[in-house]
Structures are given as C-alpha cells and as structure tokens.
Design a protein. Structure first.
Lengths: 165, 690
C-alpha cells in the first residue's frame, strides 16, 4: 500500500496537542485488540490494549471518551471517529440512550441514521434502472455520535469495533 | 492456497471492492484520531476548530500466502486429468515446445513476496527428462527465463484491479526422440513463506493443489492401400476392378486387379488389407530385362498432416533394380537418409506413388523364373525414428517352363536328350514303347518353373517321307501320363494337346505318340541314316511362353518282301524256233535298291537244276522298260554298258546279258543308280533254240 502518512500525522499530532491543551472537551482515544478464546466450552473475550501490530483479520476496538471539563453544561456536543483505512466497520459500542449515532459512507460528507440508503443503477430487461438499496455497515467510512448536552464533569465513552483487512 | 477454487474466485472478485482479499499490506500503519465539536458557551456558536483526540496507531503484520493456478483461476488436477483442452495438448511432434500459461497469485499481504517455481512430474506416464522444463516470466524470451525466485506484488486494496498476480509460462521441451504416444505431464509447484495460523513458515503447494499440463506425442498411422487411380494421366480416377489371376485357387471369389499401365498384358492383383501386390507378366520373345510398374498409395490415418518417407528395398537379387516415382510417374529426389519423401498427406487423405521393378528376363541364359519380391517401407515423419511404420511387398511372378524329354528318376524335362525310336511301317499302331509297331512314342515333361500356375498347349509334327517320294506331315498325339510310368493313363489323347493347369514348381508328364504311315520310306536303307525329326512345342496358355524340343528321332526300318523277279515260261520250241520270255523285277522294299542289275546267264543253280540258257540257245533280242525315271542300259558279256540293246558281239558268243537302269544319266550302272521302292524293270528276252 502506498501511503505517505507520516508527515500528515505529525502535523495532526501537533495540532492535536494544541487543541487538547486549550479545549474544555477532552477526547481520549484508545485502541485494543479483541482476542477471542474458548474456555470451558464458552467463548471468552479479552481486550489487549494498544497493540503495536496486528494480523490481517484482527478485530480492533476503538473507543473515545469525551469529558466535559468546562465547569458547566456543554451544548451540541458531537464526536466523530472515522473508520480507519485498512479496516471495515463491524459494530458500535453500546452508548447512552440520549446519544444518537449517525453514519456516513461518503467519507464524512453526509451523515444519517441507520439504515442508510443509496441509489444504484442496475440493468433490468436491457434497460438502465435506478434502484434504492441499503448501505451495508461494511461500507461505512465514518461514525458520528450526537450527544446533545454534556453535563459539567460528565464523561461518555463511545466507540466501535473494526476488522483489519 | 488450500482454498477451494470457488472461494478463490469469489475472493478475487471481492478484490474489486474496498475489501482486500489478501488483507491490508503488511507494514501498513492503521491510524485513527477522534474529533468533536460543541457550542462555545462564550460565543454561543460552534467552536471554530474541532477538538482532536490522541492518535492511536498499529502496524499490520505479514500474513503471507500464495497459489499457482491455471489462467482461468482453477487448479487441483492430476497428471492424467489436466484441465482440458487448453492444458491437455494432443498430437505434439517430437522435439516440439509445449507452452502453457499460469498465474502466480499472492494470496497474502506481503508485497513482492518471493515465490520459487519448480516442475512437479508426479504421475507422468512418460518420464520427463531433467532439464526439459523451463519457466518464463510473462512471455517466452531468453531475457524472461526464470532462474531464481519471483517477487509477486501484493494486491492494493484501494484499486479495483488485483495487483497480486504474475503470469508465468511453463515450457515443456518434448525430447526429439520421444516415442509415439508418449505423455509428459508437468505442473508448476510454488514454494514460499506461508502463515500457517500461528506463524510464518516455508511451504510448498501440496500435491492436491497442483495444475498439470499434459503433452501427448502424436501417434502417427500410415498404411499402404490399393491404388486410387490405376491409369495415371487420364482425367477420371480408375480404381481396381474385381478379377482373377493365373492359377487363382478360388476364381469364384474375385480379387482387386488392374493391368500394368505400361504393359497391359500384365495383370496385377492387390491385397486390400495390406496393400501388397502381385504381378503376373506374360512371356516375351526377347531376352532383355523385363519391367513391371506397380501403382500404389499411402493413406494417413493419423491426426496430423504427414510427409512420409518411402524406404527403398535392400538385398535385391542380381539384375533387379527398383525405381520409386511419385503419383504422376516423376522421379522423387531422395532425402538425406536415402529415402523418398511423399507428401504432406492431409489427415485422412492419401498420396499415390509408383514402384518400377526391372528384373532379368527368364528367357535369358542363367536367369531363373523365381518370384521377385520387393519390400517398400513407409516411415512417418511425425515420429522420432526412421523405422517404417508400415510396408508393402510388390512381387513379380515371371513365367518360366522347361520342356523336353522326360528324364528319370526325377521326372524332369531335358530337350537336350536325343532319343531314337524305331518303327515298322505297316505294323499296327500302339502307344507303348515297342520298336516293332508303327508308332514312335516319346515320354515328355513340362516343368512349370515360373511363379504362377498355368496350363500348356502341346503340339508336334513329323515330316514323313513316303515310298512314293512325297513328304507328309504327321501330327503328334499327346497322352497324359500322370504317374510317369511311361504308359498313357487313358486311350484318349489330350484334346488340342491342352494339359491341365500345372502349379508353380510342378510338372506334367505326357507320352508323345507319332503313328508312322504304312507307306513310309525306310530311313536306314543303303547304309544311310536319315531319321525323321520330331518337332514339338509347349506354349503356356496365360504367359504365351514357348519352349521347343526339336531333336527326337524316329527310325523307319526296312520293310517289304524284297526284290521279286518273275519269269514267264516260254512255249516249247524246236531247234531254230525263238524262245521269247519276259522277266519282271519289282522292288518291294520301302527303300531304293542300288546297283541293281538284272542278269540273264547260264550256270545259275537253283535246287538241283543249273541253268543252261546260252548252251542250248542263242541270244537274239533284249528290251528293257523301267517303270521309273531312268535310262535302260545293256551290257553283254561284262563289256561296257551301252544304251543300245543291240550287242556289238556275235550273238552266238553272248553268254551273259545284263540290264540295268541308269537313273543318274552317267551311262553306267553303279551304286548311284537306284531302283525306287515299288519300281519295276520289265525285260523281254528272245533267244533262238540251237
């Protein structure tokens, strides 16, 4: 794969540091490798935090914790997490009922609640016909959580699981 | 690897979508950052820049995997069940290169994974010699020969195409000496690193996951078949027709025959199964070498066009030469092996050729009539060897016979024998070997020393001189003597002198019989020997071959009751009376009498009487008349012969009168004067009684 990410990431890292330092909304992103084993006939899951390397096919759990350090209620809070390149979206972590989860399959241009629809052109009886089909979760490129209000000092953990191609 | 073909195809199809079948390339760093926004309480507006989280990152580990497949993506075949038809190549010529295309697939996520390819020949019917298999990258050229490992790129999951495929060419170099029907099976077998579920280990494509190419060497088949057109040079093809051959043991079932186009009298038969032919030329009158032209054809029953080589015969008898020509009768230029190329003959097609055989004439001195077989081999050029794949024999059966007197033991014929048979004219005829009958018999034999059976027509004739001086031809009668005992088997001679068919190598015995007429002149009289010569001929009814025996002899003995002399009795007479009487001398032999003198004289004793003619009578006159051509001469008292009947002596002194006939007009009577058989001399004497 040819990606020249290092320079871009470095810039983002610097930006992140600045943003983090001054922002009242703290975002902490974690990544863990989901390890599935069988013990006594049962499937047991273990999370190995911060894996340095993973095999293709491995399942990663990425979770972002948003904390309101403003000292008062924070309004209109939204948190975005892209589905990283080289992975496919599996499912979202369970979140509070007040949180609305939206998805995008056009790299963040548009978001909507599941199920997403798209129009495709198919050939039926020799004619080009437009058809509306559901967008599969594996096609999601971005996830957005709309928190609404976040009370002072409150933290919310949001995240999803992806599979490494 | 180890995936069923369907799954692989499905995964290859998915490569077109965002998901990568091979996985994210090893070494890729998966990174992510979360962002957030909220309403800035200070401004009651969304914050200007989204908040960012920390960066999380992880690297993708190598998960190598690979496979080799046919061009259509399938694999899993064996040496005897290659993917047909593209990988099951039939009708390969020895020495050919068989190239087939394969794809090395990078099924893992390691970019430029090194893969090594080696040939696997497990299960090949014919062993594949070492060094016969080569691999090329993309296409066959010296620069593309694969000598080490091949780096196979990883598929880029961000592109619709699958970059993880490399085309290779497997070349099987079929040995130049490959036998017909050989089958060489080879599969490329890949080796390289593979993720085994827990670790990366060296691995090789397993036996059940291979993809064989099988090269089958062509099995040519060429056969010699009957001629398509027995008269080349004319527009319409004229095949053989049903017919028979001389000495055919089964004429009710005809065989394919045709006439030799250069000598139409020669019948040639063809064996439709083997293409072999037999020629039956007729005899001719000269002794120069004879020629037979055979027309034949080669059929290509194989699966590839074939240029065959006609292999000339070896070990021919002395004087036999063979020429091989093309279907139009033109000479064929020999190839480097001394053989005659013919073709290319298309699959299922035929090509004509001609075989001209020259052999010594059986009539020539020392030349036999033995059959002349000529073997012509046919070698396909689609196999590696120079041995004939098929052959046919072209045999000439010359006609030959030996005819002559029977020689026993053995019953052979020898015209050089000069037998002599005595006959007694006037005696009864017979068919035995008696010398006292009037028939001459000669045991004769015809030996068929030629190559085919035929019957013979025997004829013979003897010119017989008769007592009346004329000559008559007397035919020879032929009686069958099958058991060669010298005695005819039946009382009936062969009609027209025609024998039954004599097989090749066999012989027929006959008794030749000549009935000499009763009035045949002697051949032995007067110290001479002029035997009658029997002229006999035997002619082959098919071949026309003619042989003669012209020297058998018939000796005609002397028959007849000799010389008769009658004397008339004169009447009684007195002295002074004339005594006339007549003497008649007749030659009753079947031969001439020489030196004949009729004498009248005294002193000849007969019984108790002694003649005294000139004692008591005196010569008066004498007159002689011959019944045959000649001059009567007289002699008196042994003086000289004279034509006048009047003596020059005083009659009373005559005591001997001789009368003869001068038949050669030399005025004397000697052995040159002959009284012919049946000839009469009449002499009238008159004497006077004293």
């Amino acid at each position: 794969m040819k990606r020249s990410t290092p320079t871009l990431l470095l810039a983002l890292l610097v930006g992140t540091a600045l943003a983090q330092a001054s922002s009242p909304l703290k975002l902490v992103l974690s990544q863990a490798l989901v390890q599935t084993t069988t013990q006594d006939g049962k499937t047991v899951e273990k999370l190995a935090p911060d894996p340095k390397s993973v095999l293709p096919g491995a399942v990663l759990e990425q979770a972002v914790t948003a904390t309101n350090t403003l000292g008062k209620v924070m309004a209109n809070v939204t948190v975005n997490l892209p589905v990283p390149v080289g992975t496919v979206y599996l499912n979202s972590l369970k979140s509070a009922e007040t949180v609305q989860t939206l998805f995008s399959f056009d790299k963040g241009k548009t978001f909507a609640a599941a199920p997403l629809k798209k129009t495709i052109t198919v050939t039926e009886n020799g004619k080009a016909v437009q058809k509306e089909v559901e967008v599969k979760p594996a096609e999601y490129t971005n996830v957005r959580w709309v928190l609404g209000e976040l009370a002072a000092g409150d933290s919310l953990k949001l995240g999803f699981r992806v599979k490494v191609n | 690897m180890n995936l069923p073909p369907k799954t692989l195809a499905l995964m290859l199809a998915l490569a077109a979508s965002a998901a990568s079948a091979a996985g994210t390339p090893s070494g890729t760093k998966i990174s992510n950052v979360a962002t957030a926004s909220f309403t800035d309480p200070n401004t009651n507006a969304p914050i200007s820049d989204p908040v960012q989280s920390n960066l999380v990152q992880t690297s993708v580990l190598p998960k190598p995997d690979f496979d080799t497949v046919y061009s259509d993506g399938t694999d899993g075949t064996t040496a005897t069940t290659p993917s047909a038809p593209d990988y099951d190549i039939k009708n390969v010529l020895p020495g050919a290169n068989v190239d087939t295309s394969y794809i090395l697939v990078n099924l893992g996520n390691v970019n430029n994974q090194p893969i090594t390819i080696a040939p696997n020949t497990t299960g090949t019917v014919t062993p594949v010699p070492a060094g016969s298999v080569e691999y090329y990258l993309g296409s066959v050229s010296p620069a593309n020969l694969i000598t080490g490992s091949i780096p196979v790129p990883v598929d880029d999951p961000l592109t619709p195409t699958d970059e993880g495929r490399v085309t290779i060419i497997q070349r099987i170099k079929v040995p130049t000496g490959a036998a017909a029907g050989s089958q060489y099976s080879v599969s490329p077998q890949a080796s390289g690193d593979q993720w085994n579920g827990s670790a990366v280990v060296p691995a090789q494509e397993p036996a059940g996951d291979l993809q064989y190419t099988r090269a089958s060497v062509t099995s040519p088949s060429v056969t010699v078949v009957p001629p398509i057109d027995t008269v080349p040079g004319t527009p319409a093809p004229e095949p053989t027709t049903p017919g028979t051959t001389p000495g055919d043991p089964d004429p009710a079932n005809p065989v394919p025959v045709y006439p030799d186009p250069t000598t139409p009298g020669t019948t040639i038969s063809v064996d439709p199964t083997t293409g072999s032919q037999k020629a039956y030329p007729k005899g001719d009158l000269d002794t120069t070498s004879d020629v037979v032209k055979f027309i034949s054809a080669v059929k290509n029953n194989g699966s590839l066009p074939d240029t065959v080589a006609l292999i000339p015969p070896t070990g021919l008898p002395t004087g036999v030469t063979v020429q091989i020509l093309d279907g139009s009768g033109n000479p064929i230029t020999k190839d480097a092996n001394g053989n005659y190329p013919l073709g290319p003959i298309p699959v299922g097609g035929s090509a004509a050729y001609q075989v001209v055989v020259t052999y010594p004439d059986p009539d020539g001195v020392g030349n036999s009539g033995s059959p002349v077989p000529v073997v012509i081999g046919v070698d396909s050029s689609n196999d590696a060897d120079l041995l004939p794949n098929s052959s046919a024999t072209f045999t000439t059966f010359p006609a030959q016979q030996v005819f002559g007197d029977t020689v026993n033991p053995g019953g052979t014929a020898d015209a050089g024998q000069v037998p002599s048979q005595g006959v007694v004219p006037g005696a009864s005829t017979g068919t035995g070997n008696s010398a006292t009958d009037s028939s001459a018999t000669f045991p004769m034999t015809v030996q068929n020393t030629g190559g085919y059976a035929e019957a013979y027509t025997l004829t013979g004739s003897v010119d017989v001189k008769l007592v009346n001086g004329t000559t008559v031809p007397v035919p020879v009668k032929y009686y069958l003597d099958a058991n060669n005992d010298g005695v005819p088997d039946s009382a009936t001679p062969l009609t027209g002198g025609l024998t039954l068919s004599v097989p090749s190598g066999g012989s027929v015995h006959v008794i030749a019989v000549v009935d000499i007429p009763a009035n045949a002149a002697s051949t032995t009289a007067n110290g001479g020997s002029a035997p009658l010569i029997v002229k006999q001929t035997s002619v082959g009814t098919y071949s026309g071959n003619t042989r003669s025996d012209n020297n058998d002899q018939i000796v005609v003995g002397i028959v007849g009751n000799g010389l008769s002399i009658t004397k008339s009795t004169p009447p009684a007479a007195r002295p002074g009376d004339d005594l006339p009487y007549t003497l008649v001398a007749t030659n009753n032999y079947n031969a001439a009498l020489k030196n004949f003198v009729l004498t009248e004289k005294g002193g000849v004793t007969q019984g108790a009487t002694t003649t005294n003619l000139f004692t008591y009578s005196t010569f008066k006159t004498v007159t002689g008349t011959a019944s045959f051509v000649g001059k009567v001469l007289y002699r008196f008292n042994n003086a000289a012969w004279q034509t006048s009947a009047v003596p020059g002596l005083v009659p009373s002194t005559i005591n001997q009168v001789d009368v003869g006939v001068d038949t050669n007009n030399d005025n004397t009577i000697d052995s040159n004067d002959a009284v012919p058989s049946g000839g009469v001399l009449t002499v009238n004497f008159t004497t006077t009684v004293k």
